[in-house]
Ligand binder design. Structure first.
Ligand code: APR
Length: 188
């Protein structure tokens, strides 16, 4: 699975010079704390106005808006699962966040896209499991899609950066294991 097009960086996603950044939003799309709050603060009030018009987003789904005052042209908002112990479809939903965000990016001609560590903050998804899943799902997507040149995982703190760096190293070393990540039940 492709790993040469995945990069792990530490920093503030709102400052990334990429075509699209992904927001770890909530279902209302009306902003919040964490990376959601940072993106809305940096993008300005027009972002909230556009989000209001969209009206909401289900967990695992993704929507796209303009980036307004941030360097990225687009913001892709996705809603990650709240961690409830791991037996409530959390992995399938988190995988859907990455797949749906990348599908939207590809449909909009995005070449470079930055993800935060979806669900591992307020939604308490364990970062080791989340990072392994994220790297695997993105790697699978990139194996089948040549339109996206680079996916950056932008980690806000050292612990998250270490987890994603470890996940990518293991991904590179592991033989390709299709099916490691739960497929969408309704996926073809
Ligand atoms: N750049 C990159 N990553 C960031 C930034 C930033 N500026 N700010 C926070 N993060 C990181 C957090 O440290 C964490 O690793 O984003 C990751 C995701 O954490 P949250 O933002 O709390 O997102 P999540 O766990 O998905 O919870 C979403 O929190 O902010 C609310 O409205 C949001 O209700 C939703 C919930």
């Amino acid at each position: 699975m492709r790993s040469d097009r995945m990069k792990i960086v530490q920093g503030d996603i709102t400052a990334e010079h990429v075509d699209a950044i992904v927001n770890a939003a909530n279902r209302t799309l009306l902003g919040g704390g964490g990376v959601d709050g940072a993106i809305h603060r940096a993008a300005g009030p027009d972002l909230l106005a556009e989000c209001r018009k969209i009206g909401g987003c289900e967990t695992g789904e993704a929507v796209i808006t303009e980036g307004y005052r941030i360097p990225a042209k687009w913001v892709i908002h996705t809603v990650g699962p709240v961690w409830r112990g791991g037996a409530h479809g959390e992995a399938e939903l988190l995988a859907s966040c990455y797949r749906n965000a990348l599908r939207l990016a590809s449909e909009h001609g995005v070449r470079t896209v930055a993800f935060p560590s979806i669900s591992t903050g307020a939604y308490r998804y364990p970062v080791d499991e989340a990072s392994q899943l994220a790297v695997c799902v993105v790697g699978e997507f990139l194996s089948a899609d040549d339109t996206i040149a680079e996916v950056r995982f932008v980690c806000f703190d050292e612990r998250t950066h270490n987890a994603y760096s470890k996940a990518l190293r293991e991904h590179v070393d592991a033989p390709s294991q299709s099916g490691v990540v739960p497929r969408n039940r309704d996926a073809g």
